[in-house]
Design a protein around this ligand. Structure first.
Ligand SMILES: Nc1ncnc2c1ncn2[C@@H]1O[C@H](COP(=O)(O)OP(=O)(O)OP(=O)(O)O)[C@@H](O)[C@H]1O
Length: 373
């Protein structure tokens, strides 16, 4: 890419959408400094990857990167986990224990799910941020903190502040720079790039057919990139390269959890170039438009026909700039009897580029044995 260096950040964080390019630009800007960074984004969207990229791009890269999931540690243990304790500090503290802050000396400490940190620990953390030192639980000695703190959260921290479960003064200290990761659903064009990059980290990755890749780009990905990775790992397990490419008919069983997968495989034209995302968007828009027309503009019915959740359908309408009026209008002049044949998840069989695919699919369905999954 002409305007972006092909550096370690690019290697770590795949995707070419404007949103992800902006995230990479932010990483490059903040990495060399010591400023605290707050990374927000839905679960599995890559917050830890961003934190690691910041660490890798800093002059602390040769020092430890320590990640703590604050939501996974029982509240009565979290302070000792973070700050360590002296021998005899409490019942069961038989030895001095070094906490995560000390382990991260000179390096980077990622406090993941910071919104779940109990208020008492938040007070201690604020003190560390302000004074650059802390004491172990039950100890008097001040221990200098030489690391950098990065916090991450999938929850709405300003709301937690309003609710009184998160301290606003801590938020101001942490959020010197804020990096926000979009959900995968908001950057579907990144899917081919992500598939390529994630596949490199998988032993004997499966090969995906173009139509399978197109279908992946239509899934809602509630588990974001983590979910995509799981699908690829599962595909490698059940469809090793010797078995031929993973095709659309394999995907419903690979995409989980049950119910989040689109129903029957959509018919999409195979593509060879990087016009993939544009083509997918155009076909999706037309499919939605057809459904709206057949549902006389009733969004809930159109959503049901396409197998898309109603809220997602509305969001997609907004993204495609599709209005109910636009969808219904041609119906009054131009309704075709053949449309009644359309099954919910299909593109109109009248579409010229779809006709051969439809014929091919019908032939395939007639001869292909049931999927083993
Ligand atoms: N842009 C990306 N490029 C390559 N891999 C990615 C990218 N984003 C996420 N991943 C991969 O997706 C998985 C989940 O990422 P990560 O653990 O960073 O998400 P997270 O937002 O920190 O999740 P959680 O909210 O559960 O803590 C990891 O396997 C990670 O390597």
């Amino acid at each position: 890419m002409a305007d972006e260096p092909d550096d370690a950040v690019r290697q770590m964080l795949a995707g070419n959408s404007p949103a992800i390019r902006h995230v990479r630009a932010m990483i490059r800007m903040v990495a060399p400094s010591d400023a605290s960074v707050l990374i927000s984004g839905p679960t599995g969207s890559g917050k830890e990857v961003v934190a690691r990229a910041i660490h890798a791009g800093s002059n602390r890269a040769h020092r430890p990167f320590i990640a703590v999931n604050c939501g996974a540690i029982p509240s009565e243990l979290i302070e000792s986990e973070l700050f360590g304790h002296e021998r005899g500090a409490f019942t069961g503290a038989h030895d001095r224990r070094i906490g995560r802050f000390e382990q991260a000396a000179g390096g980077t400490l990622l406090l993941d799910e910071i919104g779940d940190m109990p208020v008492a620990a938040q007070v201690r953390l604020l003190r560390v941020l302000e004074h650059k030192c802390f004491s172990r639980i039950g100890g008097r000695q001040e221990v200098p903190f030489t690391g950098r703190i990065i916090a991450a959260s999938h929850c709405d921290l300003p709301r937690r502040i309003e609710e009184g479960s998160f301290r606003s003064d801590l938020w101001y200290r942490l959020a010197v720079a804020i990096i926000t990761l979009p959900s995968l659903d908001q950057r579907r064009e990144d899917i081919p790039d992500l598939v390529e990059q994630l596949s490199r980290g998988i032993d004997r990755p499966a090969r995906l057919s173009d139509t399978a890749l197109s279908m992946l780009a239509r899934h809602d990905w509630p588990g974001n990139v983590r979910e995509l990775r799981s699908v690829l790992v599962r595909a490698a397990l059940f469809h090793p390269p010797g078995l031929g490419p993973v095709d659309v008919r394999h995907l419903p069983s690979l995409i989980s959890p049950a119910g989040s997968a689109p129903a029957a495989g959509p018919l999409l034209k195979p593509v060879e170039d990087d016009g993939l995302s544009g083509l997918i968007a155009a076909l999706e828009r037309r499919q939605m438009c057809d459904a709206l027309r057949r549902a006389n503009g009733i969004v809930a019915n159109a959503a049901r026909m396409t197998g898309i959740n109603r809220t997602t359908f509305i969001e997609k309408m907004r993204r495609h700039g599709l209005t109910r009026a636009e969808a219904i209008e041609p119906a009054t002049h131009n309704r075709r009897d053949e449309d009644k044949e359309n099954t919910p998840n299909q593109i109109s069989p009248k579409s010229p580029e779809i006709l051969p695919l439809l014929a091919e699919r019908r032939a395939r369905e007639a001869r292909v044995p049931p999927d083993p999954h």
